[in-house]
Ligand binder design. Sequence first.
Ligand code: SF4
Length: 448
Amino acid sequence: MTTPQAPIRPDAAPKVGIVSLGCPKALVDSERIITRLRAEGYVLSGEYAGADLVIVNTCGFLDSARDESLEAIGEAIEANGKVIVTGCLGAEPEVIEAAHPKVLAVTGPHQYEDVMAAVHTHLAPPHDPHMHLLPASGLRLTPRHYAYLKISEGCNNRCSFCIIPKLRGDLVSRPIHHVLTEAEQLVKAGVKELLVISQDTSAYGLDVKYAPQMWKGEEYETRFLDLARGLGSLGVWTRMHYVYPYPSVDKIIPLMAEGLITPYLDIPFQHASGTVLKAMKRPAKQDKVLERIQNWRRDVPELAIRSTFIVGFPGETEEDFQTLLDFIKEAKIDRAGCFKYENVIHADSRALPDHVPEEVKEERWHRFMAAQAEISAARAAAQIGTTQDVIIDGPGEEVGTYLARSKADAPEVDGMVYLSSEKPLQAGDIVAAKINDANEYDLFGDAI
Ligand code: SF4
């Protein structure tokens, strides 16, 4: 790392570039950093060349993400020269400093104060901060009509393949009245869809013993159900991401049936074989998961379930893999991401016996994707002829066409609805659409 020098004081407002890599949780960290920067009078630059300094928010989860982060740091150093690194990979400064000794400073995930201190050291803020220019909702990197809402940091679980608790520490829940107030400000600022994120959404509040707080004259406990109740009162789409199938999830199904919460659950099951789940040290029991999913679907037939899975985990046999395939077929997992097991540095699973050869992982991954494509295509075909609400993300390629999403599609990870409309539409509009065609992942329809 280089020795700090006297901070630059450019005549015009100092410009900071930001590169945000990784998951939505990292994106929320970047949004907090840019909100602070703008609050202090810094200007954001979309180009390396035009910036006085660049912040790279890194991801360190998988080896591929670590490589991508190191590459992005290298690019920023080459193009700009003044680079501050933060985010998950920042928890391992020695890795970054060994690859890029010229970085000005390295801070870990959600160390906003440290990032700002490093910025101040190398690029002084202007004298007159324009606090009053900032919207109450802060600044966001996502389009105006949807926003990620981070409810906690860290995780109390210790899944053997995951280094997040080592990088981000134990669960720290944000007080519920703060979360609900932020959500309300976002809605006032025009947000039509809230995406609730954390490492383990259903564990929300466990660390603060579900402390009760007052919000708008009513008591809310810092827990998943009360969070859903509060968010449901805001009248916008609300999606729950990273939910574990703990019994508490059953309680929010009635809120979905009432239309208060979007009928969508993102549950990272990771596997279905009891032996593999045990080796993974997954928090929730798999017993009766199928039965519970069936009950959820009975009460909320339009429920869409998204999940992620790992194939080729150490010790996974052909029989375990078959159990997984049977599970996704029976549970009719609507959307699934599948990853081949990666032997992540510092993960406990590295020490497990019977690592699966790469070619077997590859072959299982293809079989998984083929099975999932069939489930997904059947689901999409069943939507033909239905009428459903869709949210507009923006214009399509041709005049009168729009990119939209149904309640079953989260932004960036799920499918799209390609919509035609005679009436002009804006991003964030929610309109009824008649679905008249489908492919494996996407739907096609007309606004009515
Ligand atoms: S629940 Fe498991 S996989 Fe998810 S962040 Fe916590 S330890 Fe990692």
